[in-house]
Design a protein around this ligand. Structure first.
Ligand code: FES
Length: 195
């Protein structure tokens, strides 16, 4: 694919497949738009990486995106959210991101991210693929530091997408290849160049 083709794909995807919303937890899923495209455009859109503008994403907010037919979450974590990540390592299956298939090398760190504020994960439970629900409210009495809960069989993930022990999901949520094009723009689905 030439650079021109890639740029065209990115621009096209930008217009049909992503949006940043102002409401906490609200998101935009592009499936209806993709299904309405002509077959050639749909194939192109489903195969392309996606640029996601994040300039309007506020601390504590999450948006949903679709790329290559997959659901993804982008969460802008607060200092409080990041601070709670260290509270529960002993309750996690893979606290240090040692299952290498679940993230690129450059996110195998304590926050599973390039920039600690931004968590980018696939929205597919690693048990049977259901979309986990955001569950950010802290519940000290239940030792819950906020994260994601799977509605299908109850698997729990923290705010870095790391899976808790005792549930059927075996691995952390997958971090897709991505990079920051600019401070306010993320490219998901491709990480060539500087991550
Ligand atoms: S699909 Fe998520 S726990 Fe089964």
């Amino acid at each position: 694919m030439s650079n021109d083709d890639l740029d065209r794909n990115r621009r096209h995807f930008l217009t049909v497949a992503t949006a940043v919303t102002g409401a906490v937890g609200a998101g935009f899923v592009a499936v209806p738009f993709i299904s309405s495209l002509k077959p050639s455009a749909r194939a192109q859109a489903l195969g392309a990486p996606v640029e996601v503008p994040i300039g309007s994403l506020q601390l504590g907010e999450m948006i949903k995106v679709i790329w290559r037919g997959k659901l993804g979450f982008i969460l802008r974590r607060t200092e409080g959210m990041l601070g709670r990540l260290a509270n529960h390592d002993g309750e996690l299956i893979d606290p240090n991101s040692e299952v290498i298939e679940q993230q690129p090398d450059y996110t195998a760190n304590a926050t599973r991210s390039i920039r600690a504020e931004y968590l980018i994960v696939e929205g597919a439970c690693t048990h049977l693929g259901c979309a986990p629900l955001k569950d950010f409210e802290v519940r000290p009495a239940k030792h819950w530091d906020g994260g994601f809960s799977c509605p299908c069989h109850g698997s729990k993930f923290d705010l870095a997408g790391r899976v808790y022990k005792g549930w059927p999901a075996p691995t952390n949520l997958r971090v897709p290849p991505h990079r920051f094009v600019r401070d306010d723009l993320i490219l998901i689905g491709m990480d060539t160049g500087a991550a």
